[in-house]
Design a protein around this ligand. Structure first.
Ligand code: ZN
Ligand code: ZN
Length: 390
């Protein structure tokens, strides 16, 4: 990375790769062309140990140098969102209804750039695993890769990943040790009563009325069942009945979403929700079925790995642009699954004054590409140092 001409050329190439990926977004587990593009570039850098189709469309490339027995994994996500792009950029999505609205085109490009630098310049002793994961957006990709051998057949000692953050200036970095991003749990409560003529409520068991009581009482979970020092959200986002105006509903479906930063909070929410729903259903003479799903688990950064991430960031971004105490984020991230199998850290790099993530006017900021590469390279060289005896 000392060679400015090399970095300048790489930066130009990365912008082209990023625009190519942006034009050709692919949804979770459909990243066939993206995985092919990634594999082709990695081969051009001389990396031959590449495993494809890890967790459907994931790619894991391995680069070894020296005798070091430690392995550092670096991860990028490849999938897009089902959003129709409105940026009018010359490299806008060519697939209507699909776009890279979360910057995974940028993350994939940064990891490719990192592989290019480390494959050509070395400067480390040990093994690097470049992990290109599918289906981050719906929280299935990392689990699929782990099921397929990531972390076991394809082992590593530490793992790191990054995300761009709109609103944070380009050239800035932030991270936080411990719980950093929220978990997302989904719930669906089906209330079954007895429908009937709207003029004869006494002959019915009104599922809508019962569901409304449940919705009100669910508001007490955070207020009365969760330790006030914990952060939690329980949101009812949908309620549906039989949709017949002159009939009392026989069934009502209440759905919603919960956020928190701790598994024990999730268990407490589920347990309290079941108790409330069953109690109220009993009182109304209705029956109930509660389905509670854990879609995303909380993202918890390892304390030591966070220190390593910060040390590299202070070199690349400068101490004044490196925030070690970033606020917790309610949004969720599939990288959390990787942090359950090895210590590591997930960090944010600035995307500047862009539209928010997941909005149709969003675009990854190309000026952040080189920053991401420099951080990954510095981190790897710190974690896999070349000792003077070699
Ligand atoms: Zn996203
Ligand atoms: Zn994302």
């Amino acid at each position: 990375m000392e060679n400015h001409l090399v970095l300048y050329e790489l930066d130009k190439m990365m912008r082209q790769w990023r625009h190519h990926l942006h034009r050709n977004p692919e949804f979770g587990f459909e990243e066939e062309a993206t995985a092919r593009f990634v594999t082709q570039r990695l081969r051009e850098f001389g990396i031959e140990d590449i495993e494809t189709a890890v967790g459907n469309t994931g790619v894991v490339a391995t680069l070894r140098l020296g005798n070091g027995d430690r392995t550092i994994a670096l991860r990028a996500d490849m999938d897009c969102l089902k959003i129709h792009e409105t940026t009018n950029l010359p490299y806008s999505s060519e697939k209507p209804g699909f776009m890279h609205a979360c910057g995974h085109d940028g993350h994939t490009t940064i990891l490719l750039g990192t592989a290019a630098v480390l494959a050509s310049e070395g400067g480390f002793d040990g093994t690097i695993k470049f992990v290109f994961q599918p289906a981050e957006e719906w929280g299935q990709g990392m689990k699929a890769m782990i099921r397929d051998g990531l972390g076991s057949r394809l082992p590593f000692d530490e793992i790191y990943g990054l995300h761009n953050k709109p609103g944070l200036p380009v050239g800035s970095f932030e991270v936080r040790p411990g719980p950093f991003m929220g978990a997302e749990d989904g719930f669906r409560i089906v209330v079954s009563g007895q429908g009937g003529h709207a003029s004869r409520p006494h002959d019915c068991r009104d599922a809508i009325l019962c569901a409304c009581s449940i919705v009100s009482e669910l508001q007490t979970i955070v207020a009365r069942a969760i330790d006030p020092s914990e952060l939690a959200v329980v949101s009812v986002t949908s309620i549906k009945g039989d949709n017949i105006k002159n009939a009392i509903a026989s069934e009502a479906i209440v759905e919603g979403d919960c956020r928190h930063f701790d598994d024990s909070v999730s268990l407490r929410i589920e347990e309290t929700m079941n108790r409330i729903a069953e109690g109220i259903a009993n009182a109304h003479g209705c029956s109930i079925e509660v389905k509670y799903d854990r879609v995303f688990i909380p993202l918890v950064n390892d304390v030591h790995a966070t220190e390593h991430a910060l040390k590299a960031a202070e070199v690349v971004f400068g101490p004044e642009k490196t925030n070690p105490d970033a606020p917790r984020m309610g949004a969720s991230e599939d990288f959390a699954q990787a942090l359950r199998i090895a210590p590591g850290a997930f960090v944010n790099i600035g995307n500047g004054d862009s539209a928010p993530l997941h909005s149709p006017g969003y675009d990854f900021n190309d000026d952040a590409l080189a920053q991401g590469v420099k951080w990954f390279v510095e981190l790897v060289r710190n974690r896999l140092p070349v000792t003077s005896s070699q």
